[in-house]
Write a protein that binds this ligand. Structure first.
Ligand code: GLV
Ligand code: MG
Length: 353
């Protein structure tokens, strides 16, 4: 048994006190880069101001014999770069790999003061978060870090999905969860061979025509990820942490990427991963509420006064529940506008219209 009072006690003597609320910082795109790749590393200073989160990836996509180069590269880059108000995250190797422990040891002791969030892949249950939680506290104490490093879990195993609520609430360090559709598909033994997005075989078909059984029947592709995203969003909302869509692997299919990101946004996600610079602009567009939606939300908020009762605006009924939805949109717009002057201008212009 663990007392609720102990939840916010540091897990090591000298470690910083855990946060009581996840800081809501813009994280529309978590931009992945390989820190061991010299060409990518050279672009970090110019990419950093364009993204909300820059993530040095140490896990999948980094070959086994380049793991150390990636880890050391991240240390070098973090020490040499001023990230401004762009967050620096890393994705460490999975906890069942021979590299995870050294990832944590090196990164926290060398650049722990620069790292905002550590993404942990293939999380299966609360025990994985507890393991990382205690290690981080020990390492923070050792390194004299004064601000706790937060933890982000990737939801990418069937067991992880079954335990998503306990993962979301496993530690005050939990910042958020991303859907990892590629590993999740493999873990579930789905029959897809892609990274996220839909599949032409997963569809529903229109009923046959009563008069012509041979007439063509329309089909509609369905969303393979709806259940998991919705479940993840609920788990995150229940625990006050943030949900994200993960990777979309078909870099050339910018249209389907935008659709996948937008579905996630509408269902409650705050961001997605960008695997290529072309996906940065997509995430920025999708995960920033549109100026028209923000103007509408503010109109409703103004008309609702203290938020009680009901009013009609343009033939649409507004009450406490729409007022709260509008607050979500308006508060998100305020947070994003504070970081993004172009967006601030677009929101102000739309309100004047
Ligand atoms: C991400 O890591 C995924 O497996 O989709
Ligand atoms: Mg994965």
């Amino acid at each position: 048994m663990r007392s609720a009072k102990d939840f916010f006690r540091p897990l090591a003597v000298g470690a910083p006190a855990p946060v009581r609320e996840v800081p809501f910082r813009p994280s529309r795109m978590i931009h992945f880069f390989d820190p061991g790749n010299e060409k990518m590393a050279a672009k970090v200073p110019s990419i950093a101001p364009q993204v909300d989160v820059l993530l040095g990836n140490l896990e999948d996509a980094i070959q086994a014999d380049r793991k150390e180069a990636a880890r050391n590269g991240l240390v070098r880059i973090a020490k040499a770069t001023d990230f401004g108000d762009t967050q620096l995250w890393t994705r460490i190797n999975s906890l069942d790999s021979p590299w995870a422990l050294d990832d944590l040891l090196t990164l926290v002791t060398e650049i722990g003061d620069k790292l905002d969030v550590i993404m942990v892949p293939k999380v299966e249950g609360a025990e994985d978060i507890h393991y990382v939680d205690r290690l981080l506290a020990q390492l923070e104490a050792k390194a004299g870090i004064t601000r706790p490093i937060l933890v982000h879990a990737i939801l990418e195993t069937a067991t992880g999905v079954a335990n998503v609520e306990e993962i979301a609430g496993a530690s005050p360090r939990m910042q958020g969860i991303s859907l990892g559709p590629a590993d999740l598909a493999a873990s579930r033994r789905m029959k897809t061979t892609r990274v996220g997005g839909g599949h032409p075989g997963y569809l529903v078909r229109e009923d046959p025509s009563a008069s012509d059984a041979a007439a063509p029947r329309a089909t509609f592709q369905q969303d393979l990820w709806h259940y998991t995203i919705a479940r993840m969003v609920d788990a995150c909302a229940a625990h006050g942490i943030l949900p994200y869509y993960g990777p979309f692997g078909d870099i050339r299919d910018t249209l389907a990427c935008e659709d996948q990101f937008r579905n996630a946004f509408l269902l409650g996600c705050v961001g997605a991963w960008s695997l290529h610079p072309v996906q940065i602009a997509i995430a920025k567009k999708v995960f920033s509420p549109s100026p028209a939606d923000v103007a509408w939300a503010r109109k409703v908020i103004d008309a609702m006064g203290d938020g009680t009762g009901a009013v009609m605006i343009d033939g649409k009924m507004q009450d406490d529940a729409t007022y709260k939805q509008c607050l979500v949109v308006s508060e998100l717009a305020d947070t994003l506008a504070a970081r993004d002057p172009e967006l601030a201008e677009a929101y102000a212009a739309a309100e004047k219209e």
